[in-house]
Design a protein around this ligand. Structure first.
Ligand SMILES: *Cc1c(COP(=O)(O)O)cnc(C)c1O
Length: 455
């Protein structure tokens, strides 16, 4: 059976249910599986024929053994993955994997919907209540709120910075009601995150049974390994080991870590391209071996990737034999040579991002939004390097992580067209909103938690 250890190595190994419920390990490390199970031969052979939820069950089953039966996992995955996962051919051997067809139109739905259902089952077994506390700069909050909406015995409280989320992003969270409450904080995303972090470490609030569902939770990572296999099987002969190149627009690097798990389990990924916006601390680390976080993070139009110190770097470093703590101190350098053989880092600025949206639309009639455009530009840049020349015939997949309709102003300004709203975003305008308001004062936040959620 697979257990989960902390990247800081000072916490006991736990089973999947504990790892899901705790989120972060008690020593502030991140949980990693003790063993990465190889993809079964029978699954590998039939991968291109399996539906998305069926493939998810096959691949996640070894990780969940002893905690969720295959039947339970089947229910979770079929219920969670009831939307399309298009692999779109764009040109030559290049494809787009559109991960934007879930209810909140971002790839975060893949992880959040799995987490919502998995945690829902765990609390039902234990007969206790859980409060999911999340700070968001936009996409995570709505994905988590939707995923947990209506789950019995779980309540959700989302804190968002009042001036930093778009109207559409806010309405995706504030119109749900029921077990989902939202509070607009008169501050920045960092203030929201600081309030949440302090609540987690506040001994007075232990009785509230808090959980985070943020991207440090291993439950967010595991389901993000599935679409790599799904997409690879559509574009290459995975069963006979034909390699693929995959490009991932990256911020907190949870998405890349999902891909790394899939590769470790035998998926023939020849190279991952980790494309960032101007928050280029990871590409610089890959190039120089020196890690320096960017604080505060820089603003770019691909705003969900404005991360100056990605928490999942701890997992990537761990996978290659190193150790970095949560503040960004490199206590043990990973094997950089091996890491570079697998991950190519590249930073794309806003001007390149915008030009890519224009070029790809003009040349191939394919619509990108800023995050996906960073990815596409990163793939292009890689293929134009000396190293990349070896991959000109290799099938390539670039990830599109959000729906273009989430960025209407940018798309209209660049292309003069207004992207069609997906069904999930239609009708939001008419729904009544409800949310609280708060300052950045911790005492007031604590009082609210004790008043509304204790007992
Ligand atoms: C969160 C997010 C990303 C970054 O993903 P990480 O796993 O944090 O690297 C990229 N694009 C969009 C649209 C996102 O919401």
């Amino acid at each position: 059976m697979i257990s989960y250890y902390s990247t800081n190595r000072h916490a006991p190994q736990v089973a999947l249910d504990q790892a899901l419920l705790q989120g972060q390990a008690p020593d502030r490390g991140l949980y990693m599986p003790t063993h990465i199970p190889p993809i079964a031969t029978e699954v590998r052979k039939n991968m291109h024929r399996l539906s998305y939820p069926d493939l998810a069950v096959r691949l996640l089953s070894p990780y969940a053994q002893g905690v969720f039966s295959d039947d339970e996992l089947g229910d979770i995955c079929h219920d969670a993955y009831n939307f399309d996962v298009p692999v779109e051919h764009v040109c030559d051997n290049r494809h787009l994997l559109r991960l934007d067809r879930g209810p909140t139109a971002s790839f975060k739905d893949f992880a959040a919907r799995f987490m919502g259902r998995a945690l829902g089952r765990l609390v039902a077994r234990q007969g206790r209540e859980l409060l999911i506390l999340t700070a968001t700069s936009g996409d995570t909050g709505s994905a988590v709120a939707h995923a947990f909406s209506g789950v019995p015995n779980i309540r959700v409280l989302v804190l968002f910075p009042i001036d930093e989320v778009s109207d559409r992003q806010r309405k995706q969270m504030t119109t749900l009601g029921g077990n989902v409450a939202t509070v607009a904080v008169d501050g920045k995303f960092d203030d929201c995150q600081a309030l949440v972090k302090r609540a987690f470490s506040d001994a007075d609030l232990q009785g509230l049974n808090l959980s985070s569902a943020n991207s440090i939770n291993i439950g967010r990572l595991l389901p993000q390994s599935v679409y790599y296999a799904y997409a690879a099987a559509q574009v290459s002969d995975v069963a006979s080991g034909e390699p693929v190149v995959v490009c991932i627009p990256s911020g907190n690097f949870g998405n890349l870590m999902g891909g790394m798990l899939a590769r470790q389990s035998g998926l023939p990924v020849a190279r991952f391209i980790a494309a960032t916006n101007i928050n280029d601390e990871v590409p610089r680390f890959l190039a120089s071996g020196q890690y320096q976080k960017i604080e505060p993070s820089l603003a770019a139009i691909s705003n969900a990737m404005n991360v100056g110190h990605p928490s999942n770097l701890a997992r990537l470093v761990d996978l290659y034999g190193g150790h970095i703590d949560e503040r960004g101190a490199m206590l043990q350098q990973p094997d950089m040579e091996r890491l570079r053989e697998v991950v190519f880092g590249i930073s794309i600025d806003d001007a390149q991002t915008r030009q890519t949206i224009r070029d790809v639309y003009a040349a191939h009639n394919a619509l990108l939004e800023p995050h996906g455009a960073v990815g596409w530009a990163g793939l292009d840049a890689f293929l134009n390097t000396e190293e990349g020349a070896a991959f000109h015939k290799t099938p390539c997949v670039s990830l599109e992580t959000a729906h273009p309709a989430k960025f209407p102003d940018e798309i209209v300004a660049l292309l003069g067209i207004s992207p069609d709203l997906p069904r999930s975003l239609q009708g939001l305008e008419e729904l009544p909103e409800s949310y609280g308001n708060m300052s950045t004062d911790y005492a007031a936040f604590k009082a609210l938690l004790q008043r509304e959620y204790a007992g």
